[in-house]
Design a protein around this ligand. Sequence first.
Ligand code: ADP
Length: 502
Amino acid sequence: MLLTTEAPAADSDTLAFIDREHKLLIDGDWVPAESGETIDVKNPADGETIATVAAGDKADIDKAVAAARRAFEGGEWPALTASERGRMLWKLADLIEEHLEEFAEIESLDNGKPRAVAAAADVPLAIDLFRYMAGWATKIEGTTIPISVPYMPGAEFHSYTLREPVGVVGQIIPWNFPLLMAAWKLGPALATGCTVVLKIAEETPLSGLRLGHLIQDAGFPDGVVNIVTGYGETAGAALAAHPDVDKVAFTGSTEVGKLIVKAAGETNLKKVSLELGGKSPNVILPDADLSTAIGGAANAIFFNHGQCCCAGSRLFVHKSQFDQVVEGVAEQAKQIKLGPGMHPETGMGPMVSQIQQDRVCGYLESGFAAGAQAVIGGKRAGGEGYFVEPTILVDTKPDMDVIQEEIFGPVVAAVPFEDPDELIAAANDSIYGLAAAVWTRDISKGHRIAKQLRAGTVWINCYNIFDAALPFGGYKQSGWGREMGHEAIDLYTQTKAVTLQF
Ligand code: ADP
């Protein structure tokens, strides 16, 4: 159901920020794109242009990388102690917390997600991430290593390792969790002492730009964080190919991830970490507590309108309970009110863009053409905004695009199973391996299946549980490396082995 009543306006401070001229943050200054070009930013709930931002391209990326290089090599930043870096990150977290409501409104207007969800999840998770990484700044340690050196009998040595920042980092983020993705990227990079050029998504640049102002307020020296808005094919590609960038960290589609790897390989073999797509299996076993599993299955796919790389988009249910579960999830879908993110009753906002709406609907059409049926939903929801109805597909076949490819929308394919061994094979039948879940009352079975599922995250009797301390990343074509947790520190440091002969 599409809400038709008017949504309340955002706070005047939020609107004043959105209204201002948005430039690029390079070397501590806000500057227009060299080309003078801009990008219109739309509110996906009504398609109206709410702001224009600079369209940075290669020339701006070159300037930003040069600034990040200067900040990495000399001046204030490398001279700071780990404790001082940690305190700056903590200060940044405090500043975001002071502006929590403003960020929630910006995310809602720019991305389309419900304001209340952004205020309860996106922004607090970003704050927590910066605090968690602030703690890591003082805990990045090497080891001492006893060595033997067989070809130098009798010689004595002292060997140890240093964990050093990897250098100038290019970070490219998507539009589904704009502030949170910026936090996942910036937190560990700054905790370890790297400098950054952050390319934020062209669809949702506003919270990243607001964050840029707070980064300055938190006292980070000029050039440590540079923020460039611009298109992927120009600014993003220039960053991935830049010969003076030491590492690129990317979150987005597997298709673009492959282009990033190619660009890194063809230029300076910069380090690459990738958090890519998914087609996550969500498995409900016959002994599951259906009262929680059904709600969990709905949340797994409909949270953030299915625009989550870990969305539970393939729902496997035992044949004996298939109809009951599908009906239960359909009932939940029916209750979801579609509307602008700013409307207090909105359960699900629009897709982020017309392109995304068309993409999701294209998948639905291809599924129907191949024989799939919609139990509920299955089309655009009307109105000016880019809404798609929450959809449950049945009668799918394993080789259909709707089963194999990431739709990135509120579309779940429900698949019945009978034999548990076939279930595991079907769940793992994907080029992706980002997340998975299993619902069961049998603890041993839950853990056994968790081991059998080829995914970087497995939830048992829950879904979409995130914490700054938990590593997140993909098996197979879902990515390289893990973000968050202590593994994120490894992504932004490199090891130096030092040996002294007595
Ligand atoms: P989605 O399909 O979800 O929009 P993308 O992978 O296209 O995800 O985009 C994620 C991020 O990657 C965005 O910031 C986008 O601008 C950027 N991007 C897109 N194409 C390229 C590219 N060829 N090189 C580098 N970055 C890109």
